[in-house]
Design a protein around this ligand. Structure first.
Ligand code: GDP
Length: 294
């Protein structure tokens, strides 16, 4: 993920380093190349435009151009702006003092919600919490079985309910957590292949019924440009607090991960990189930016 972008940026920086002094033309040329590299990585074009404008403005200053190490300073500006694009500060999951804490996961079908719910439960268990998973995807019968299997493997209780009403299952799930002394409830909701009104209404109803402390949207990193439309629709219609970027181990170009914060204003909180339960990591924008710059 993002390896191509990383290679491209390194070659652009290599070119700048070999020049010694840098002119305004050198900066303009480098910014054009950075623009192309970001677009090819599938970063949203509006995000690319504002990123390049900010970076260029900061690089075309006497402070950078007249310094002893101008290329180094350009790289520092790019690193800084990339970190800012990814969310600047750590946006870790902070649990509220309410017990049980309710975390609701939303997203399209296939985005990785069920897998992420289980991984989140695993992570919380490692942190000495006692989570409960609630299976509210009543339309895909395999989803509850999948969650049950994952829960069983990790030793995490799964509440499935017996009806077809996801709002009722969610409410009963919260009560089940109270009855069984679980301190965090993770609600896995149903998704569809595309954004539609019924899915949004159901998510709003579950939200209304359980008053989640956090709503996390699971976004498949492979989605590319469309990530922005899907996430904007969820932000408008359900609202969420943060993002879990799934399938970051795939070979997608990764532009969605770079676009989502700027487009929705919501931070990436976790990245999921594989199918194993321990492959959910807290997201650190600075580390990711450094990794991209190589
Ligand atoms: P849901 O429909 O949103 O609940 O999606 P699932 O959790 O069922 O995931 C859809 C598919 O993506 C499944 O085959 C998962 O095994 C796979 N998957 C989920 N997360 C990851 C990930 O981080 N990396 C990889 N490689 N596959 C994933």
């Amino acid at each position: 993920m993002l390896e191509n972008l990383s290679d491209r940026l390194q070659s652009i920086f290599g070119g700048l380093r070999s020049k010694g002094r840098l002119t305004e033309d050198d900066i303009n040329a480098a910014m054009r190349e950075i623009r192309m590299a970001l677009l090819e990585a599938d970063v949203n074009f509006k995000v690319v435009k504002s990123f390049v404008a900010r970076t260029k403005e900061r690089c075309l200053t006497a402070e950078v151009l007249d310094s002893l190490t101008p290329a180094q300073n350009v790289i520092k500006v790019v690193l800084d702006e990339l970190t800012r694009l990814l969310g600047e500060t750590d946006s870790r999951l902070v649990l509220s003092s309410r017990i049980p804490n309710v975390i609701m996961l939303v997203g399209l079908q296939g985005s990785g919600k069920t897998t992420a719910s289980a991984k989140l439960a695993y992570l919380l268990k490692q942190q000495n919490h006692n989570p409960l998973l609630v299976a509210c995807d009543v339309y895909r019968p395999a989803a509850a079985d999948q969650l049950q299997t994952l829960g069983d493997e990790m030793g995490v209780r799964v509440y499935r309910g017996d009806g077809q009403d996801p709002v009722r299952i969610a409410k009963e799930g919260v009560q089940d957590a109270i009855d069984n002394l679980r301190d965090v409830v993770i609600i896995d909701t149903a998704g569809r292949l595309h954004v539609d009104e019924q899915m949004m209404q159901e998510a709003r109803d579950i939200k209304e019924a359980t008053k989640p402390d956090q709503i996390l949207m699971v976004v498949d990193a492979m989605t590319g440009q469309d990530v922005v439309n899907v996430a904007s629709a969820f932000a408008e219609q359900v609202d969420f607090d943060g993002v879990i970027m799934s399938k970051m181990d795939g070979d997608a170009r990764g532009g969605g991960a770079l676009s989502i914060r700027e487009v929705t204003g919501k931070p990436i909180k976790f990245i999921s990189q594989g199918e194993k339960p321990d492959s959910l990591e807290e997201f650190h924008p600075d580390r990711m930016a450094k990794r991209i710059l190589g």
